[in-house]
Design a binder for this molecule. Structure first.
Ligand SMILES: [Zn+2]
Ligand SMILES: [Zn+2]
Length: 344
């Protein structure tokens, strides 16, 4: 079979390799489509933290495909099932897994980073990580379950109520998926806030009712739209210190901040020690998604309530993976999610 292998940073090729064999508790999945993620660019460029990647690396963690072989102990899947596969290969036994917090498993292992991923014809996966979906859902749409689950993990916990005002700071891929989730959860007003208007049309396509830029004064505009209160829920996905401060500014008293963005490095921010008390705030940090949220995300994509389709901007064959990575890195044209079509 063919697979993309990143031997070491900046050295990626398509190689011929042996199709993996499966253990009794595994299925072999013929890859249909795999999304290109910013973290794939990190793996390619060698900027991902060393604990979260192992070279040589076969990337690909946002994907879906068809069951092509079934291990002898597997009961819930059969040949030909179309499945979306969780990224995290959690252990199921540790303190966190036992409590359903599979995203925090003490034994980090993830397809596409430390395990062979889906930039390939076939991947062998533990069967409980593969979740079947309806035959009429295209592979490239089902492949968005993984990134959409990251946004869903935060907004489901925020308890968005019907009619709520949700502000999304940083309308990149995860932010736009946050907009789609806010819409799916019944938010009344969804305000996307970005540094520029590049992604405005995508934000509106997945449910944003308003779009503001930081230069225009996102805080005054959001306050003006909410009779001075601020947003019920703020979803921060920009990943920089200013965005975190803005999130605490935009949220109303008694509201909820969801923080998904990773600012990185050793930035610090200054917050009033009384902020959370005086505003009666809830803060949810989001690290990936749990197994339960992944399945809930797949169900909502399947039934169309969670509309992620407008975010697929490019479809490329696997052979053009390098062009796909470059597209995401340099954005010479509007790009949200590029999907590599593998065996579709
Ligand atoms: Zn990703
Ligand atoms: Zn575990």
């Amino acid at each position: 079979m063919k697979a993309v292998v990143i031997e070491k940073p900046f050295q990626a090729t398509i190689v011929d390799c042996v199709t993996p064999s499966i253990a009794p508790n595994q299925v072999l999945v013929r890859v249909g489509a795999v999304g290109i993620c910013a973290s794939d660019v990190e793996v390619y460029e060698g900027t991902r933290p060393a604990d979260y990647v192992r070279y040589p690396c076969q990337p690909g963690h946002e994907w879906a495909g068809t069951v092509a072989a079934v291990g002898s102990e597997v009961a819930h899947l059969k040949l030909g099932d179309r499945v979306a596969v969780e990224g995290h290969h959690f252990c199921g036994k540790c303190y966190f897994c036992q409590r359903g917090q599979t995203n925090l498993c003490q034994h980090y292992n993830e397809f596409g980073f430390t395990l062979p991923g889906a930039y390939a014809d076939y991947v062998a996966v533990r069967a409980d990580l593969a979740h079947p979906f309806a035959p009429d859902l295209p592979f490239e749409v089902a492949a968005l379950t993984e990134p959409a689950a990251c946004a869903g993990h935060g907004l489901l916990r925020a308890g968005v109520q019907s009619g709520d005002t949700v502000a999304v700071i940083g309308p990149g891929t995860i932010g736009l998926l946050g907009v789609a989730w806010a819409k799916a959860l019944g938010a009344g007003r969804i305000i996307a806030a970005g540094v520029d208007r590049n992604n405005e049309s995508f934000a509106r396509a997945v449910g944003a009712t308003d779009y503001v830029t930081l230069a225009e004064g996102a805080d005054t505009q959001v306050k003006a739209m909410t009779e001075g209160r601020g947003a019920d829920v703020v979803f921060e996905s920009a990943g920089n210190p200013q965005a975190v401060l803005l999130a605490f500014d935009l949220v109303r008293r008694g509201g909820t901040v969801v923080q998904v963005g990773i600012a990185g490095g050793d930035h610090t921010i200054r917050l009033s020690p009384d902020l959370a008390c005086l505003k009666d705030l809830r803060l949810h940090g989001v690290f990936a998604y749990t197994s339960a949220v992944f399945v809930e995300t797949l169900r909502r994509i399947e039934n169309g309530v969670l509309n992620v389709r407008p975010l697929i901007t490019h479809r490329l064959p696997l052979t053009q993976f390098a062009a796909g990575l470059a597209l995401l890195k340099h954005k010479p044209e509007p790009v949200v999610k590029t999907v590599l079509m593998v065996n579709d």
